[in-house]
Design a protein around this ligand. Structure first.
Ligand SMILES: Nc1nc2c(ncn2[C@@H]2O[C@H](COP(=O)(O)OP(=O)(O)O)[C@@H](O)[C@H]2O)c(=O)[nH]1
Ligand SMILES: [Mg+2]
Length: 227
């Protein structure tokens, strides 16, 4: 039996693909094809690199796909360690792109395998970074497309709104759902953040595995970093 076509979900905001012209998409593609290297990992606020370059940070629950997304953005399979073991990324990892932009892999929140005290310490570091980083241009908050926004994500959104840090939601692992299901989660997420003061209104659905949404996300990042 053939599947009925997915329902048309009205997009409250223009779809991400329409937000950028061909030139913007191409410029972003070229930027992300440049040299990208691991710069350093930091375990304390004192250990952060200087604030002389713009940074965009990736945050989300452990296992949501942060490292995989960074790898996919720069087309490098093993740049950021993608691990199935929660809590392995306990530091803030910095990647330097084209000597002019840093991609920042933040510690995941909500791991089960580390002690509460240890988990809190990493979360405090992530939180301190988010609150006090003058060169932080935008935070990409990753949400598993299969789950949508959950309570721990709500806490992260509250913290970002309170700190007045611009953030944008990225749905990950879109390849695990049908297109209509992804559109429904994107629409629900867009509606859920509509009244949040620091939220950027466009929600981007991505698949690090298949490459969906990567061109748009690169263009969003370039626009946020160099605006
Ligand atoms: N199917 C699929 N799996 C993904 C995708 N992104 C990440 N994963 C898987 O999800 C798991 C966690 O990914 P990882 O990048 O380590 O998450 P992190 O803890 O947020 O850095 C790994 O097994 C990845 O292979 C995706 O777009 N599609
Ligand atoms: Mg990781």
């Amino acid at each position: 039996m053939s599947e009925p076509p997915p329902p048309e979900v009205p997009a409250p905001e223009a779809p991400a693909a329409a937000a950028f012209g061909t030139e913007d998409l191409e410029a972003a593609r070229v930027l992300f094809a440049r040299q990208c290297d691991f710069l350093m990992g930091a375990v304390t606020m004192d250990g952060l690199p200087g604030a002389e370059l713009p940074e965009v940070a990736f945050a989300g629950r452990s296992n949501v796909g942060k490292s995989s997304l960074i790898n996919a953005l720069v087309n490098r399979h093993r740049l950021a360690r993608a691990s199935t073991e929660p809590g392995r990324t306990r530091e803030i990892n910095f990647f330097l792109l084209d000597d002019r932009l840093r991609l920042v892999d933040l510690p995941g929140y909500g791991f089960a395998k580390v002690s509460r005290g240890a988990a809190r310490k990493f979360q405090d570091l992530g939180r301190a970074y988010l609150r006090g980083r003058p060169n932080l241009k935008r935070v990409y908050l990753l949400i598993d497309a299969r789950h949508g926004l959950k309570a721990p994500d709500g806490e992260a959104l509250d913290a970002l709104d309170k700190a007045a840090v611009s953030y944008q939601i990225v749905l990950t692992k879109a390849d695990k759902l049908k297109a209509g299901e992804v559109a429904a989660v994107a629409a629900a997420t867009t509606a859920a953040i509509a009244k949040r003061p620091a939220a950027f209104p466009r929600v981007i659905a991505t698949s690090a595995e298949k490459g969906d949404g990567m061109a748009e996300l690169r263009a969003e990042i370039a626009a946020a970093a160099f605006a």
